[in-house]
Design a binder for this molecule. Sequence first.
Ligand SMILES: [Zn+2]
Ligand SMILES: [Zn+2]
Length: 500
Amino acid sequence: MTKKKNKNNKKKHLIKRPKKIQVRRENKINNNQFQDNAAPVIVQHKKYLPKSLRGMEDILPEEGKYWDFVLQKAQDLAEDYGFKKIETPVLEERVLFEKSTGMTTEVVEKQMYQFTDRGQNQVALRPEFTPSMVRAYIEHGMFSLSQPIKLFCFGPLFRYERPQSGRLRQFHQINLEVLGSDKPVSDAQVILFCKTFFEVLGIKVSIQINSLGCSECRKVYRSKLINYFKSKRNRLCPDCQKRLIRNPLRILDCKQEGCKDLITDAPQIVDSLCENCHSHFVKVLECLDEAEVAYELNPFLVRGLDYYTRTVFEILPIRTEVVAIKKDSKLEEKKEGENKEPLPADKQVEVAPVIPSMSALGGGGRYDNLVGELSGRETPALGVAFGVERIIEELKYQNIRISKERAPKIFLAQLGELAMRRSLKLLEDLRKEGFRVAENLAKDSLRAQLEMANKIGVKLTLILGQQEMSDKTIIFRDMSSGNQETIDQEKMIKELRKRI
Ligand SMILES: [Zn+2]
Ligand SMILES: [Zn+2]
């Protein structure tokens, strides 16, 4: 009985629904209407307001100067350091990331945008750059070129982050890779690049370094870690209890207070390094000392990806003022003390007031096995990536002034139909002569145009009106004094060169 009743209910429900499906008669456009020159009917979609996807943001014009500033500095510097630009597609075979970034990493397990395309291929939007760089290196036979190969790229990356973490799902990185060198000096050079890059940007940073050793030393360290955490298992967070079995090194990355307490006394990987890895690490540090790069040894820096070997590093912002404020609160002071303790004082040129919970501006490391695992040809390599959104956030936070290098110094104002049309060509002539000129040809009112010129802060406004059109002249208005002069159009360029 009840079953029947349910069925009926369902049917009733279905019948009740057609509201949404109702098609408005007038929306159907018939061909005759067009022939009769009738205005086409605008289809009113029900309450659809276009909006971007969660975690994917527009970069608006007012943000442009920050993006230009960061990218220009990065590109100039990368070229100075001998890096060549490369661009790869945002979409790759999913298996590339599974085999490189690593199946057990959070990125591949939980955050990858992956789908089956119309041709039944398993694809993924790149969640990081390194796998694509390695793929390109192998696919284009860059082994055969003179090593190392130094690549530079920039672009969007995609991770399905939890919205509450405040992270973007489409974000941008600047990325550098050095493929085909195992020399410690290559590590030092990439880290030196980081130092210089942030110097050029004007951001104060601390460079944190550690070595993860090779697969041999990692084995030794792994068992030491498991031994240490095994007896304290119950005090670990549920995630770390799982990590203890699958990937104990990842515990060192945990941000949970309880786990952080235990990590402080955990064995350090530096003590487990084999002879070769130890000497490699020492040489990297010696090179950095020689190049006067300040750094901090952070024995618990592991980075979240599977492929890292030997040198790993991270760049954290130094927010001096924030630390000073936070010290007022006893709770924060305690937190700070706890986190600073594990950093050994030797080898430090400068002790940076680091806030450990703050996310890094960039980071990277060596991945000596990755190219070999994917191609069968052993190729030691390393790389670094910088988060562009994070850097811009930091530029704003540290109040770093960014001047637009080619801001317009001239405004062209026009009055009347003829002058407005003539202005189009005049702007072209000025641009060809190398002047960047602001305008608003869509405005008729001279007052409105002068207000705009004032707002932009130009030095000079050129005014072209009816009278000037017939006299073949143009008015030069000095924006600071308000003085106006009439100049022959023929002499305009020469006069501008004198004054700008
Ligand atoms: Zn080793
Ligand atoms: Zn934990």
